[in-house]
Design a protein around this ligand. Structure first.
Ligand code: G6P
Length: 588
């Protein structure tokens, strides 16, 4: 969580840093701040709220050519001006993404030495330590190294020092950080979209590497302060991919990109009804563990159904924050699959590292190219969703589901199933062109909703329910249709919306029975199915296009996403940046 941007160069720094921070707001948006060099002095401006609130306090024309900035998702201490970054102690000013786990010990120790603290953050110990050791070391790089030795946790830092008016320093341990290069200056950033308006050339920092950038050069040092050579990467996407392009919200724009995202992902792995070399052979694996968080975990639940049904491979799905601490029964026949849009989710990354440490093969299903999970897994398969800005994931979910269905075909060796993907883009388009407002109107005034379904449809219920909760703040529960009557049905009262999903004709009568049970207790039923239905138990119907069960989840998720969007809009919610959330969860 939290986003960092820094710039030093020939252009005015504040517009660049603020613009970059806006592209990183998906990482946190409860407060923000900048530190900039003006007339040989470091000035700091901070504000609670979005970057737009901070921007109102800043003169973008300020002739400052070096600045660091931060957008925050609070971990230690409430969102307030004093807890916002940058934090300054003595000569050092710091922006930080991550958590300093041993900050309390350090703080106590420094307090005894007379250091005064102004915030309740973990971050403030970093400039305090830097300032303290600089008095002994009298050299910025040596001081940073010394402080790195003291810090425990996961972090990325941008640092400026009053005694060096030319350079910004940056350090990475765990949390992502890049440096980016242009003819007009150098950048640091938590993620590539922050710099795409200016350059697409960037360098990924690795664990404990220290970067030093000035207006026309950069250096990267390892932990022993040895100057090292780094590979320069070129980002292939365009800045346009991360723009609204006329849509009112990123969520809507990204849902409407799903037709393309499906095709891009499919065509990357398949050509003329055969798999390309981009899809490796995983035939040696006899069982699979899927590990992920949030919506990616629900993709895992869909994938479990598919893998067991079509590839006959026993599959378990685990939430990463649990998996990393529990006893796992895996061996050389196990493939651990980590699904992550960002490739930086801390729990998913640590779960991957645990499996690797135990000598187990790992496969990453990731959207963000060269992210930590993508780089650390033994195999990586990219989904082709492009930059996803809205905090609630939509197109990446669809792309991950597409790829897991393709992986199922590969593992099942039933290659004839590839034809079931043919023409699916037209069905996606058909679903995207429908109006979902009437369904949303039945939901938006309620306090509670239920999603029920069986087997793979239950996995979709989990995602539909999460989407509604996160975007519209309506309490919602997903249940296996047959299980509802064992207690939870007591919550159904007159008018309670129940969204029932059934896309499997073998069990359609069972799910319909469960829907009738809640109808008899007053529920308002929205029924989502791909089977013609002549019964009258429902209040509203969404008829999905016909498709093979293997690819059905790629279609069934679309109405769920669009209903959540419409409900959030009717409730005037902050659709792209729901309260309390962040897109990339880089803390435990
Ligand atoms: C956050 C996001 C979710 C996402 C989850 C996992 O909670 O809000 O939308 O599904 O993290 O993120 P990842 O990047 O690992 O897919």
């Amino acid at each position: 969580m939290c986003g960092i941007v820094g710039y030093v160069g020939k252009k005015k720094a504040l517009p660049i840093v603020l613009n970059g921070l806006k592209f990183l707001e998906y990482r946190g948006y409860d407060s923000a701040g900048v530190a900039y060099l003006l007339d040989n002095k470091v000035n700091i401006t901070k504000e609670v709220g979005r970057i737009s609130s901070l921007e109102k306090l800043i003169d973008l024309d300020t002739p400052s050519y070096m600045a660091i900035g931060h957008t925050r998702w609070a971990t230690h201490g409430e969102p307030s001006v004093s807890n916002s970054h940058p934090h300054q102690v003595g000569r050092f000013t710091v922006v930080h993404n991550g958590i300093i786990e041993n900050y309390l010990e350090i703080k106590e120790d420094l307090k005894k030495k007379g250091v005064k603290f102004l915030s309740t953050t973990d971050t403030e110990v970093i400039p305090a330590l830097l300032d303290y050791y600089y008095k002994e070391e009298k050299d910025i790089l040596k001081t940073i190294k010394k402080v790195l030795e003291k810090l425990e946790g996961s972090f990325a830092l941008g640092i400026i020092c009053d005694d060096d008016k030319e350079n910004i320093y940056a350090v990475r341990r765990g949390s992502p950080l890049i440096i980016a290069l242009s003819n007009d200056g150098m950048f640091i950033a938590s993620d590539v979209p922050a710099i795409l308006n200016y350059t697409n050339k960037y360098i990924l920092l690795e664990k404990d590497e220290i970067a030093k950038i000035n207006n026309n050069s950069y250096q990267v040092f390892d932990f022993n302060l040895k100057d090292i050579k780094k590979e320069i990467n070129t980002f292939e996407g365009s800045c346009d991919d991360a723009m609204l392009n006329g849509y009112p919200h990123y969520m809507l724009k990204e849902i409407h990109e799903e037709e393309k995202v499906f095709l891009d992902t499919f065509n990357y792995y398949v050509n003329n009804d055969s798999f390309k070399e981009t899809m490796p052979d995983f035939k040696k694996y006899k069982n699979i563990h899927i590990v992920a968080c949030g919506s990616a975990y629900y993709v895992g639940c869909i994938a479990k159904s598919l893998l067991e049904e079509y590839a006959m491979i026993p599959t378990c799905v685990e939430v990463a924050s649990e998996y990393r601490y529990k006893k796992n029964f895996y061996n050389q026949d196990t493939l651990v699959i980590v699904i992550s849009q960002s490739g930086e989710t801390a729990d998913s990354l640590e779960a991957l590292r645990k499996a690797k440490k135990d000598g187990i093969d790992t496969l990453a299903i990731v959207n963000v190219v060269l992210s930590s999970i993508a780089r650390e897994a033994k195999y990586t398969l990219y989904v082709k969703a492009g930059p996803e800005i809205a905090v609630a994931t939509t197109k990446a979910f669809l792309a991950q589901t597409t790829l897991m269905a393709l992986l199922t075909v590969k593992l099942s060796r039933k290659y004839e199933l590839l034809k079931e993907f043919k023409g699916l883009e037209r069905k996606i388009k058909e679903l995207l062109s429908k109006d979902y407002l009437e369904y949303a109107k039945a939901i938006y005034k309620c306090n509670d909703t239920f999603f029920i379904g069986r087997l793979i449809d239950y996995a979709l219920c989990l995602e539909g329910s999460l989407k509604l909760k996160e975007t519209s703040y309506i309490n919602s529960v997903a249940f296996q249709a047959g299980e509802l009557k064992h207690g939870t049905i007591s919550l159904i009262t007159k008018g309670t919306p129940v969204i029932g999903i059934c896309t499997n004709k073998d069990i359609v009568s069972k799910t319909i029975s469960n829907l009738k049970e809640v109808k008899a207790r007053g529920a308002y039923i929205i029924y989502i199915t791909n089977e013609e239905c002549h019964d009258d138990f429902y209040d509203q119907l969404i008829l999905l296009p016909k498709a093979h069960n293997l690819v059905m989840p790629i279609l069934s998720v679309i109405p769920l996403q669009l209903i959540s969007y419409e409900v959030a809009k009717l409730r005037n919610c902050d659709i792209d940046k729901p309260r309390n959330l962040a897109k990339s969860v880089t803390v435990e």
